[in-house]
Write a protein that binds this ligand. Structure first.
Ligand SMILES: [Zn+2]
Length: 489
C-alpha cells in the first residue's frame, strides 16, 4: 500500500495555478497534475478561514457538526471572544496568552466536538501511522509536549503546562516537535520566522521524515507562506508566490530517487483551504462595522460583556454578529441592510436559514429536507427569491453559481452554535473593518461565501481511486480513509 502525502497550500487558487502552468513556472505541480487528476472546482468550507476549514478537512463535517465556527467567534459560556491568532493587533488586545492557549490547546482539546472523529484518529484505528506538520487542527491519541521558545516566554510571560494531542508525529513549528521514538534531528534554517510556522520548516520536517525512513502512512503538510504574500500584494501577484511554493514541493519530490519514484511510492494530494479576493485601494472598500453599528453598544476586544448590545467577530470578508439582547436583533438587521457593500445577511429562522441581500433587500429562505436535491445529493426546501443566492434548478437538480455549495455551507456556519447570530458577507473587492483587526486595502482577503474565496484546486496523483464529483474539501477525509481501506494504488 502506498503512503499518502497531503499538501495543504494556503490561499492556492485554480486560476492562478492554471496561469502558472501555462507559463510553465510550476514544474512540480504541473508534474502532479499531468500524472494525476485535476479539478479546478473543489469547494471549501464557510467561513473561508483556516480554522473552520482545517477543522472540516480533518473531521469531514461542516461547522454545525464539528463546532468550530471560524477563526474568530464569541463563546457565550466564557463570555469571551475566541481568537485563533489573527494579526498582532488582535493578539496584543486579547493577550498572546489567551490566543496561544486557544490555538495550541483549546481548539483541539476543548472546542472541537468530541462527537466527531479526526482523520488521524480514524487512521490509528486502522493501524496506520500519521503526521500533522504545522496544521492547527491535529487531535489524535498521542500526547505531545509543548515547548515554547524562550523568546515567546520572555515577551509574554506565557507559560503552557500540560500536553496537547496529535497523531504519531506532530509539529507546530518550534513550539511542538514530533514525538517519534527515535528523535529526528531538526537542523532547520529559518527557524525564527513565525517560530517555524513557515513553508521552509514544514518541508524540512517532511523531507527528514522521508529520508530517515520514518515517513508515516499519512502525512499532512501545511504550507502557509502563500497566504501571507497574497494578503500583502493581492491575488494579482499570486503567481510569484506560487513559484516559491512549487520549489518547496520540488524539494519533497527530489527526496525520492526520481519524481516517478515519488509517485510509485506515494499518493500526492494537493489542495488549499480557501482562495482570496482582491480588495480595492480606497478606504470605502473597508466596511467599517464599528461605524455602521454605531447606534448600538458593540463589545470590543478585551472589554467586559455586561453592558453591550452585540458582539462583532470579524473574519475578514465575513463577520459573525451576536445580538446579546433578543429585542435588538431586528434593529441590527435593519441597520445592516442599509449598506449595499454588504452582500448577504443571514440568520437562523425556524429550522432553516433566512437570507437578505444588502442594499436591495431581496429575500430567500431555505431549510434541510424537501424535494430539491443539489449537485452534492443534499435535499433542500427553498422559498423566496432564489437569485439572492444565485441558485438555479436544472432538470430537477439544484446548481450553484457565484456561491458554491452555499446552502450546506451557510447552514453549517449558522448552526455551529446554539445562540442567536447573524452572518454578514462582503461583496467582492470589499472586506469588513473593526477596531484592532487587520485590513488589506489593495491586497487580498477572504472569509466569504463567494466563489473567489471558496473555489480551490484539487490534484490527486498516484492513485486511480475515484473522487466524488464535483469535489469538496469536506469529503477528503472519507476519501483518504477509503484509500487505505481498499489498499488501492
Ligand atoms: Zn489568510
Amino acid at each position: 500500500m502506498k503512503k499518502v502525502i497531503l499538501l495543504l497550500v494556503d490561499s492556492l487558487m485554480p486560476n492562478i495555478l492554471e496561469d502558472c502552468m501555462r507559463e510553465k513556472t510550476v514544474p512540480a505541480l504541473q508534474f502532479l497534475k499531468d500524472r494525476g487528476r485535476y479539478w479546478p472546482n473543489c469547494v471549501t468550507v464557510f467561513p473561508t478561514m483556516t480554522a473552520s476549514v482545517d477543522s472540516s478537512l480533518v473531521t469531514g463535517v461542516y461547522p454545525n457538526v464539528h463546532r468550530i465556527p471560524g477563526l474568530i467567534w464569541y463563546n457565550p459560556e466564557e463570555k469571551a471572544i475566541i481568537n485563533y491568532l489573527n494579526g498582532w493587533k488582535c493578539v496584543i488586545k486579547l493577550g498572546l496568552s489567551a490566543c496561544a492557549q486557544n490555538v495550541l490547546y483549546n481548539l483541539n482539546e476543548k472546542q472541537l466536538s468530541k462527537k466527531v472523529t479526526t482523520l488521524f484518529e480514524e487512521l490509528e484505528c486502522r493501524g496506520k501511522t500519521s503526521a500533522s506538520i504545522n496544521a492547527i487542527v491535529h487531535r489524535g491519541s498521542k500526547k505531545h509536549c509543548v515547548q515554547l521558545p524562550f523568546l515567546i516566554k520572555l515577551a509574554t510571560g506565557f507559560r503552557f503546562r500540560g500536553d496537547i494531542s496529535g497523531p504519531d508525529v506532530l509539529t507546530l513549528g518550534a513550539m511542538v516537535q514530533t514525538n517519534l521514538k527515535q528523535k529526528i534531528p531538526l537542523n532547520i534554517q529559518g527557524y525564527r520566522r513565525r517560530f517555524g510556522i513557515n513553508d521552509k520548516y514544514a518541508v524540512n520536517v517532511a523531507k527528514q521524515l522521508i529520508e530517515s525512513n520514518f515517513q508515516p502512512d499519512f502525512m499532512l503538510v501545511y504550507l502557509p507562506d502563500n497566504d501571507h504574500e497574497i494578503h500583502k500584494k493581492g491575488p494579482t501577484y499570486a503567481g510569484e508566490s506560487l513559484i516559491k511554493v512549487d520549489q518547496r514541493i520540488q524539494e519533497i519530490l527530489n527526496v525520492f530517487g526520481s519524481w516517478d519514484d515519488a509517485l510509485n511510492q506515494c499518493v500526492f494530494i494537493v489542495t488549499s483551504d480557501h482562495g482570496q479576493t482582491h480588495i480595492g485601494k480606497e478606504k470605502e472598500f473597508n466596511i467599517d462595522l464599528d461605524k455602521l453599528l454605531e447606534p448600538f453598544r458593540v463589545l470590543q476586544l478585551g472589554e467586559d460583556v455586561s453592558v453591550h448590545d452585540l458582539v462583532v467577530c470579524n473574519n475578514e470578508r465575513m463577520a459573525y454578529i451576536y445580538p446579546l439582547k433578543p429585542d435588538k436583533q431586528q434593529q441590527i438587521m435593519q441597520q445592516l441592510l442599509l449598506d449595499s457593500r454588504i452582500d448577504l445577511i443571514a440568520w437562523k429562522e425556524d429550522r432553516g436559514v433566512s437570507v437578505r441581500e444588502g442594499g436591495s433587500g431581496r429575500k430567500v429562505y431555505f431549510e434541510p429536507g424537501g424535494s430539491n436535491i443539489d449537485i452534492y445529493g443534499t435535499a433542500w426546501n427553498i422559498t423566496g427569491e432564489w437569485a439572492t443566492l444565485d441558485v438555479k434548478v436544472d432538470e430537477g437538480i439544484i446548481h450553484y453559481g457565484d456561491y458554491p455549495d452555499v446552502l450546506s455551507r451557510l447552514y453549517g456556519a449558522l448552526y455551529s452554535q446554539d445562540i442567536p447570530v447573524i452572518v454578514v458577507t462582503a461583496r467582492p473587492r470589499y472586506e469588513f473593518k473593526s477596531r484592532h483587526y487587520p485590513v488589506h486595502l489593495n491586497g487580498g482577503s477572504h472569509g466569504s461565501l463567494h466563489k473567489y474565496d471558496s473555489l480551490i484546486p484539487l490534484i490527486v496523483a498516484g492513485t486511480e481511486y475515484p473522487v466524488n464529483e464535483p469535489p469538496r474539501l469536506v469529503d477528503l477525509k472519507e476519501y483518504i480513509i477509503k484509500l487505505f481501506e481498499t489498499g488501492k494504488k
